[in-house]
Design a protein around this ligand. Structure first.
Ligand code: ADP
Ligand code: MG
Length: 729
């Protein structure tokens, strides 16, 4: 990578230098140039080492220390040529985001000098001083440390001067302390289970990949305005702020023209993403003002998850150069849409077949329907768990709050697929095969018109929608690590496919023909999983009533939603698929409850502080001015005239007093409630207390603050308002 390719130019705002490709440089010229990908490996590794690394990536063959030494040497050489001086094990602790600890390549050479070195040992394993990462009690700080271990299936990359090596993070006793290890295990489980099911249709299938294409929504706010909002700085969401008179009513923002300052940011973000090999493809405005989306081309899940985490970090870095702050929070502003991260998910074979896309012939369509129905059944049986996989304190503001997604998981299939399943359900005996042949033909004939017309984006209210060749899990939050949802989804599907295989094989053993056996089981699944199918309006109250009747999980309390991870059924499926042990599941839930509590606790503290030292002082100061005015009127006019002339001031004075008194009383009550809750030792109970006894205060206090915002003199109001925060100029 020569410096000639890029030229430094001033940022749009003229503060920090922004690098852009020189004229004539195409994306393909520099895509992945900061990634130690297969091409670079081929260049920097010997033929033998390269082959062994490929086997490790493609077949999971373990690498020995000797090979690791060779890889490390090649990697270091490559990284140093690109200006890297440090390396880090990049991992995904149970908090949001990623963690890293940087070490330099420089080592003492023993003769008084310094030499750059990077051994296989350092590449393969590291012990970060990670005792302060949440572990849910698995790793007692004094007894055992955790260590990070290289994941060769996700390539190393360079950010600034640092070589980043994707790793898993585990305790000394082998328990996962991160989001990556369970994800890798879930991908392995679904690969194994799906491969054996594929063999019913095609014996050549050796591997099934799981794919993910995420759509990242986010808000941008001006850095200076952000800095003047302590609630944004400390909690990433506005804890107060009256709706702007204009927000998204006109729906003039969606797909509208992108403001030039924003498009400069987007171009820069794309440039940085391409260098890191993130195949971002789409950018557009979203529904809310200042809300945008970026989406890549889908990739294998592990890589897609790493790329999403890397993108989120890159967005923050790039935004600074444009005097923006990126808000990844699920609900930064009240009254306008929040942000999600649709997870487009599919399974595909190493023979190039998308298992969730209609095929070209009857056999492929039988395979398609098999996977479709198994996914339906898996989502049906585990709808509570899937909801738990996306539930967080932040995402609770979206779930069930009359915007995408509802707090009940259901599946939208669209008319075409619904009809196919209905036909299959009502067919009997051997005529089944004919049905599918018919279906196959019809599907392939009507493939283009019907399935495209049926595009599920029309039903934006569905949290889990079939979109022609993939499922779209839309309930995932914008700040989330997709690994959580992807681990749960791939695990439940893996487990379901194992059950399916077992049940079909039993029938075959009893003498049924293979196709008949498959049909018999599929038909049963179609009937059983019916309650999960819903094509109507997911926000309506009728659906809530109906879903309850169908016995779908309707819980809306986040701490209670987490319980689903520990149900007998969940423990069984996670342990049988070898994704997470019961101990790990318990530990993770401890972390989830604790994180939930902390989030609400911080919000409550910030709101309390702001109410007492920003809002009340300003409101009373303004009230003082009004009082002065009234006494001046009184000194000039008689009592009767004063009553009329000062009517407005008097009303405001009273209103301010009333609201200030309520705010003060509620803040005190909230503090008392916190004191009580903080004494609870059980993390689950504490989280429940925070959700039922402290969380409601946030809205109650805010309500009165927002009313004050409307009446207090604009000049005196210290916090930037929604109308300023939400419209970039
Ligand atoms: P939308 O209409 O939902 O905005 P897009 O065409 O923008 O859809 O695609 C959304 C995401 O879905 C992209 O990341 C895209 O690469 C991904 N995607 C497309 N096909 C598949 C598939 N078969 N499996 C997984 N993801 C897919
Ligand atoms: Mg989409």
């Amino acid at each position: 990578m020569s410096n000639l390719r890029f030229k430094a130019v001033e940022a749009a705002s003229g503060r920090k230098a922004v690098e852009v490709p020189a004229p004539g440089v195409k994306t393909s010229d520099y895509f992945g140039s900061y990634v130690f990908d297969r091409n670079q490996m081929r260049k920097y590794l010997s033929k033998e080492t390269f082959k062994l690394v490929m086997d490790a990536i493609d077949k999971g063959v373990p690498l020995d220390r000797n090979v690791a030494n060779h890889v490390a040497a090649g990697m270091r050489m490559w990284a140093m040529e690109l200006g890297a001086t440090h390396y880090t094990h990049w991992f995904q602790p149970l908090t949001d985001g990623t963690a890293e600890k940087h070490d330099t390549f420089a080592e003492l050479d023993g003769t008084g000098g310094v030499i750059e070195e990077f051994t296989g040992k350092l590449l393969a394993q590291q012990e970060p001083d990670a005792s302060s990462f949440p572990s849910g009690g698995i790793r007692n700080t004094f007894e055992a440390r955790g260590y990070t271990a290289w994941d060769p299936s996700s390539p190393a990359f360079i950010v600034d001067d640092t070589l980043c090596i994707p790793t898993i993070f585990i305790s000394y006793t082998g328990e996962a302390l991160d989001n990556k290890l369970p994800l890798l295990k879930a991908l392995q489980a679904v690969d194994r289970a799906a491969t054996v099911v594929c063999k019913y249709f095609n014996r050549d299938v050796k591997k099934v990949h799981s794919y993910l294409g995420w759509e990242q929504e986010y808000f941008l706010v001006d850095e200076a305005l952000y800095a003047a909002r302590p609630d944004l700085v400390l909690t990433e969401r506005t804890l107060m702020g009256h709706e702007s008179s204009k927000n998204q009513q006109l729906e003039d923002q969606y797909f509208g023209a992108i403001p030039s300052r924003v498009s400069a940011f987007m171009r820069d973000l794309e440039f940085e993403s391409y260098k890191l090999g993130i195949p971002v493809k789409t950018r557009h405005n979203e529904v809310a003002p200042n809300q945008f989306e970026v989406a890549p081309i889908y990739e294998p899940v592990n890589l897609a998850v790493d790329h999403n985490l890397l993108l989120m970090a890159t967005m923050k870095r790039v935004a600074e150069r444009h005097q923006f702050k990126v808000l990844l929070h699920e609900k930064p502003f009240k009254g306008i849409n929040g942000s999600g991260k649709h997870n487009n998910w599919s399974l595909g074979t190493d023979t190039g077949i998308n298992l969730l896309g209609p095929g070209k012939n009857a056999a492929e369509n039988l395979q398609f329907i098999t996977f479709m129905v198994n996914v339906l059944q898996a989502v049906y049986k585990n709808n509570a768990l899937l909801k738990a996989s996306i539930a967080t304190a932040n995402n609770a503001h979206r779930l069930g709050a009359n915007e995408a997604p509802p707090a009940i998981i259901s599946v939208f299939l669209g008319a075409t697929i619904s009809k196919v399943l209905d036909e299959l359900e009502n067919s009997t005996g051997t005529s089944n095969i004919k049905v599918v042949e018919k279906t196959g033909t019809r599907l392939s004939l009507s493939h283009i018109p019907e399935i495209l017309v049926d595009n599920t984006d029309r039903n934006r209210t569905s949290p889990f929608a079939f979109t022609g060749n993939r499922f779209e899990f839309r309930a995932v939050g914008s700040s989330a690590n997709c690994a959580s949802a992807m681990t749960a989804l791939n695990t439940v599907v893996a487990y379901q496919l194992l059950q399916f295989k077992k049940e079909v094989d039993e029938l075959i053993t009893k003498g049924e023909k293979k196709e008949d056996a498959i049909f018999t089981i599929l038909r049963r699944y179609i009937i059983e999983s019916k309650p999960i199918r819903f094509d109507g309006n997911g926000y309506s109250d009728e659906w809530k009533t109906e879903a309850k009747k169908r016995k779908l999980d309707c819980e809306t309390s986040v701490p209670l939603i987490f319980d689903s991870y520990l149900s007998k059924q969940s423990v069984q499926l996670f342990t049988e698929t070898d994704v997470l042990t019961e101990k790990e599941l318990h530990a993770r839930n401890e972390v989830k409850w604790e994180t939930y509590t902390k989030k609400i606790q911080i919000e409550a503290r910030v709101l309390g502080d702001l109410a007492m030292n920003h809002i009340i002082p300003v409101a009373t100061k303004y009230q003082g001015i009004l009082l002065d005015n009234v006494s001046k009127i009184k000194s000039v006019f008689d009592a009767a005239q004063t009553k009329t002339l000062a009517a407005q001031d008097l009303a405001l004075i009273v209103e301010i007093s009333e609201r200030v008194n309520i705010i003060k009383a509620k803040v005190d009550e909230m503090i008392e409630a916190r004191k009580v809750a903080n004494k609870i030792e059980n993390e689950r109970e504490k989280a429940i207390a925070y959700s039922t006894r402290i969380f409601p205060f946030l809205d109650e206090i805010r309500y009165h603050i927002d009313k004050l915002e409307l009446i207090v003199d604009n000049e005196m109001w210290t916090l930037p308002k929604y109308r300023e925060l939400l419209f970039i100029r």
